[in-house]
Write a protein that binds this ligand. Structure first.
Ligand SMILES: C[S@@+](CCC(N)C(=O)[O-])C[C@H]1O[C@@H](n2cnc3c(N)ncnc32)[C@H](O)[C@@H]1O
Length: 199
Protein backbone atom coordinates (compact mmCIF):
# COMPACT_ATOMS: atom_id res chain seq x y z
CA UNK A 1 0.00 0.00 0.00
CA UNK A 2 1.45 3.42 -0.89
CA UNK A 3 2.27 5.68 2.02
CA UNK A 4 -0.58 8.04 2.81
CA UNK A 5 -0.56 10.55 5.64
CA UNK A 6 -3.35 12.58 7.23
CA UNK A 7 -3.05 15.15 10.01
CA UNK A 8 -5.39 15.80 12.94
CA UNK A 9 -4.94 19.04 14.84
CA UNK A 10 -6.85 19.12 18.10
CA UNK A 11 -7.93 22.48 19.53
CA UNK A 12 -7.49 26.09 18.52
CA UNK A 13 -6.08 28.78 20.77
CA UNK A 14 -8.35 31.78 20.71
CA UNK A 15 -5.57 34.01 22.01
CA UNK A 16 -3.40 33.14 19.02
CA UNK A 17 -4.17 34.63 15.64
CA UNK A 18 -5.40 32.47 12.84
CA UNK A 19 -1.96 32.51 11.24
CA UNK A 20 -0.81 29.57 13.34
CA UNK A 21 -3.81 27.54 12.28
CA UNK A 22 -3.26 28.52 8.65
CA UNK A 23 0.39 27.47 8.95
CA UNK A 24 -0.58 24.02 10.24
CA UNK A 25 -2.78 23.65 7.14
CA UNK A 26 -0.15 24.93 4.71
CA UNK A 27 2.66 22.82 6.15
CA UNK A 28 0.43 19.72 5.93
CA UNK A 29 -0.34 20.55 2.31
CA UNK A 30 3.20 21.45 1.25
CA UNK A 31 4.88 18.54 3.00
CA UNK A 32 2.92 15.64 1.62
CA UNK A 33 -0.16 14.99 3.72
CA UNK A 34 -3.48 14.50 1.91
CA UNK A 35 -5.92 15.90 4.45
CA UNK A 36 -5.91 17.87 7.67
CA UNK A 37 -8.76 17.37 10.14
CA UNK A 38 -9.33 20.24 12.53
CA UNK A 39 -11.59 21.01 15.44
CA UNK A 40 -12.79 24.46 16.57
CA UNK A 41 -11.79 26.28 13.40
CA UNK A 42 -13.77 28.93 11.59
CA UNK A 43 -14.59 28.90 7.89
CA UNK A 44 -12.06 31.64 7.05
CA UNK A 45 -9.24 29.08 7.21
CA UNK A 46 -11.05 26.99 4.61
CA UNK A 47 -11.36 30.02 2.35
CA UNK A 48 -7.62 30.70 2.66
CA UNK A 49 -6.83 27.11 1.68
CA UNK A 50 -9.24 27.29 -1.27
CA UNK A 51 -7.39 30.36 -2.55
CA UNK A 52 -3.99 28.67 -2.18
CA UNK A 53 -5.22 25.48 -3.87
CA UNK A 54 -6.71 27.46 -6.75
CA UNK A 55 -3.53 29.42 -7.35
CA UNK A 56 -0.86 26.82 -6.60
CA UNK A 57 -2.81 23.64 -7.38
CA UNK A 58 -3.98 20.68 -5.35
CA UNK A 59 -7.74 21.25 -5.14
CA UNK A 60 -8.29 17.53 -5.56
CA UNK A 61 -5.16 16.42 -3.76
CA UNK A 62 -5.30 18.15 -0.39
CA UNK A 63 -8.30 19.10 1.73
CA UNK A 64 -9.24 20.50 5.11
CA UNK A 65 -12.06 18.86 7.03
CA UNK A 66 -13.57 20.51 10.06
CA UNK A 67 -14.76 17.81 12.46
CA UNK A 68 -16.69 17.79 15.77
CA UNK A 69 -15.52 14.49 17.17
CA UNK A 70 -11.78 13.79 17.08
CA UNK A 71 -12.15 10.72 19.30
CA UNK A 72 -14.43 9.09 16.77
CA UNK A 73 -11.91 9.85 14.00
CA UNK A 74 -9.07 8.23 15.96
CA UNK A 75 -11.10 5.13 16.73
CA UNK A 76 -12.37 4.73 13.16
CA UNK A 77 -8.86 5.25 11.80
CA UNK A 78 -7.57 2.41 13.92
CA UNK A 79 -10.56 0.13 13.23
CA UNK A 80 -9.82 0.56 9.53
CA UNK A 81 -6.27 -0.62 10.03
CA UNK A 82 -4.50 2.76 10.07
CA UNK A 83 -1.79 3.85 12.49
CA UNK A 84 -2.11 6.84 14.82
CA UNK A 85 1.06 8.75 15.66
CA UNK A 86 0.73 11.48 18.29
CA UNK A 87 3.51 14.07 18.37
CA UNK A 88 4.40 15.16 21.88
CA UNK A 89 7.57 16.25 23.65
CA UNK A 90 6.92 13.46 26.21
CA UNK A 91 7.02 10.70 23.60
CA UNK A 92 9.69 8.28 22.41
CA UNK A 93 12.52 9.87 20.41
CA UNK A 94 11.84 10.09 16.68
CA UNK A 95 15.38 8.90 15.88
CA UNK A 96 14.70 5.62 17.67
CA UNK A 97 11.21 5.04 16.27
CA UNK A 98 11.13 6.28 12.69
CA UNK A 99 12.27 2.95 11.18
CA UNK A 100 9.56 1.04 13.04
CA UNK A 101 6.86 3.53 12.07
CA UNK A 102 7.85 3.46 8.44
CA UNK A 103 7.78 -0.33 8.48
CA UNK A 104 4.25 -0.54 9.87
CA UNK A 105 0.96 0.31 8.22
CA UNK A 106 1.18 2.84 5.44
CA UNK A 107 -1.90 4.86 6.44
CA UNK A 108 -0.74 7.24 9.13
CA UNK A 109 -2.79 9.78 11.07
CA UNK A 110 -0.46 12.31 12.72
CA UNK A 111 -1.99 14.03 15.74
CA UNK A 112 -0.78 17.44 16.90
CA UNK A 113 -2.21 19.76 19.52
CA UNK A 114 -2.86 23.49 19.30
CA UNK A 115 -2.31 23.39 23.07
CA UNK A 116 -2.12 20.70 25.72
CA UNK A 117 -4.08 17.73 24.38
CA UNK A 118 -6.49 15.58 26.47
CA UNK A 119 -4.80 12.64 28.22
CA UNK A 120 -6.85 10.14 26.24
CA UNK A 121 -4.88 10.96 23.08
CA UNK A 122 -1.78 9.39 24.64
CA UNK A 123 -3.65 6.11 25.14
CA UNK A 124 -5.52 6.08 21.86
CA UNK A 125 -2.34 6.70 19.85
CA UNK A 126 -0.34 3.71 18.62
CA UNK A 127 2.82 5.77 19.04
CA UNK A 128 3.63 8.88 21.07
CA UNK A 129 6.64 10.40 19.39
CA UNK A 130 8.88 13.27 20.44
CA UNK A 131 10.66 15.54 18.01
CA UNK A 132 13.22 16.27 20.69
CA UNK A 133 12.27 16.31 24.37
CA UNK A 134 11.86 20.06 24.63
CA UNK A 135 8.69 22.08 24.15
CA UNK A 136 8.44 23.90 20.81
CA UNK A 137 5.75 24.08 18.20
CA UNK A 138 3.22 21.71 16.68
CA UNK A 139 4.03 23.12 13.26
CA UNK A 140 7.76 22.51 13.60
CA UNK A 141 7.07 19.02 14.99
CA UNK A 142 4.74 18.23 12.10
CA UNK A 143 7.17 19.51 9.45
CA UNK A 144 10.03 17.43 10.82
CA UNK A 145 7.89 14.31 11.17
CA UNK A 146 6.59 14.59 7.59
CA UNK A 147 10.09 15.15 6.30
CA UNK A 148 11.35 12.05 8.12
CA UNK A 149 8.45 9.95 6.87
CA UNK A 150 8.76 11.06 3.25
CA UNK A 151 12.56 11.37 3.37
CA UNK A 152 12.48 14.65 1.45
CA UNK A 153 10.62 13.14 -1.51
CA UNK A 154 7.57 15.29 -0.75
CA UNK A 155 9.38 18.21 -2.37
CA UNK A 156 9.50 16.43 -5.73
CA UNK A 157 5.74 16.24 -5.88
CA UNK A 158 3.92 18.84 -7.95
CA UNK A 159 0.22 19.66 -7.62
CA UNK A 160 -2.22 19.36 -10.49
CA UNK A 161 -4.41 22.18 -11.80
CA UNK A 162 -2.24 25.03 -10.62
CA UNK A 163 -2.56 28.52 -12.09
CA UNK A 164 0.92 29.56 -11.06
CA UNK A 165 4.09 27.57 -10.82
CA UNK A 166 7.45 28.45 -9.32
CA UNK A 167 10.53 27.69 -11.33
CA UNK A 168 13.16 27.24 -8.62
CA UNK A 169 15.86 29.82 -8.92
CA UNK A 170 18.83 30.75 -6.76
CA UNK A 171 18.33 34.41 -7.49
CA UNK A 172 15.08 36.36 -7.78
CA UNK A 173 11.58 35.01 -8.26
CA UNK A 174 10.70 33.02 -11.32
CA UNK A 175 6.98 32.37 -11.53
CA UNK A 176 5.11 31.17 -14.57
CA UNK A 177 1.37 31.11 -15.18
CA UNK A 178 -0.65 28.49 -16.91
CA UNK A 179 -2.00 30.06 -20.06
CA UNK A 180 -5.68 29.38 -20.49
CA UNK A 181 -5.33 30.16 -24.21
CA UNK A 182 -3.39 26.97 -24.76
CA UNK A 183 -5.24 23.69 -24.41
CA UNK A 184 -1.97 21.91 -23.79
CA UNK A 185 -1.32 22.21 -20.04
CA UNK A 186 2.40 22.29 -20.51
CA UNK A 187 2.20 25.80 -21.97
CA UNK A 188 2.84 28.59 -19.56
CA UNK A 189 3.27 32.32 -19.87
CA UNK A 190 4.97 34.73 -17.55
CA UNK A 191 2.47 36.76 -15.49
CA UNK A 192 2.54 40.53 -15.92
CA UNK A 193 1.83 41.14 -12.27
CA UNK A 194 2.04 39.09 -9.03
CA UNK A 195 5.79 38.65 -9.33
CA UNK A 196 6.18 39.91 -5.78
CA UNK A 197 3.36 37.97 -4.18
CA UNK A 198 4.26 35.04 -2.01
CA UNK A 199 0.91 33.32 -2.05
C1 LIG B 1 1.94 24.21 22.85
S1 LIG B 1 2.60 22.67 22.43
C2 LIG B 1 2.27 21.79 23.87
C3 LIG B 1 3.56 21.15 24.38
C4 LIG B 1 3.25 19.84 25.04
N1 LIG B 1 2.71 19.87 26.35
C5 LIG B 1 3.49 18.52 24.36
O1 LIG B 1 2.81 17.56 24.71
O2 LIG B 1 4.29 18.41 23.42
C6 LIG B 1 1.39 22.14 21.29
C7 LIG B 1 1.73 20.92 20.49
O3 LIG B 1 3.01 21.03 19.93
C8 LIG B 1 3.54 19.74 19.66
N2 LIG B 1 4.90 19.69 20.22
C9 LIG B 1 5.53 20.66 20.91
N3 LIG B 1 6.77 20.29 21.23
C10 LIG B 1 6.94 19.04 20.72
C11 LIG B 1 8.03 18.12 20.71
N4 LIG B 1 9.20 18.39 21.29
N5 LIG B 1 7.86 16.94 20.07
C12 LIG B 1 6.69 16.64 19.46
N6 LIG B 1 5.63 17.47 19.44
C13 LIG B 1 5.76 18.66 20.06
C14 LIG B 1 2.58 18.74 20.29
O4 LIG B 1 1.78 18.15 19.27
C15 LIG B 1 1.74 19.62 21.21
O5 LIG B 1 0.43 19.10 21.39
Amino acid sequence: MPLSVAVLRIGHRLVRDDRTTTHAVLVSRAMGSEVIYMTDVDDEIKKTLDKINKRWGGENEFRLEIIDNWKKLLKTWKENGGTVVHLTMYGAPINQKIKEIKGLDQRILVVIGAEKVPKEVYFLADHNIAIGSQPHSEIAALAIFLDRIFEGNQFDKSFLDEKMKIIPSEKGKNVIRKNQDYPNNSNYSRPKRNQNKDS
